[in-house]
Design a protein around this ligand. Structure first.
Ligand code: FES
Length: 105
């Protein structure tokens, strides 16, 4: 069990509890100003884009392949910080992680 700190698209702050192995996308869909996740986590829509604080981004697996291609096409892409939340699995190492949900495109 751990926590993530999320800034939604309207600047709202949320603290969300997760278990190791949970996908980051799911709780973000529940927020009023959260993500759409239109493809349901299939890594094909980029509507689950988040921008991770640098110190936390460094702890994630490197972004590559389809995820990187999709992210690079977004207007709000931030090299080294952008991720698709559906491609990130929570782990105990990520307890306290903070990120913001990228603007709607
Ligand atoms: S939910 Fe579509 S790419 Fe993540």
């Amino acid at each position: 069990m751990g926590k993530i700190h999320v800034t939604d698209r309207e600047g709202g702050q949320h603290e969300i509890e997760l278990n190791a192995g949970d996908n980051l996308m799911e709780p973000l869909r529940e927020l009023d100003a959260g993500i759409e996740a239109l493809c349901g986590g299939m890594c094909s829509c980029a509507t689950c884009h988040i921008i991770v604080a640098s110190e936390w981004a460094a702890k994630l697996e490197p972004v590559e392949g389809d995820e990187l291609e999709l992210l690079e096409e977004t207007e709000s892409y931030q090299d080294g910080q952008s991720r698709l939340s559906c491609q990130v699995t929570f782990s105990d190492e990520l307890d306290g992680m903070s990120f913001e949900i990228a603007p709607e495109e």
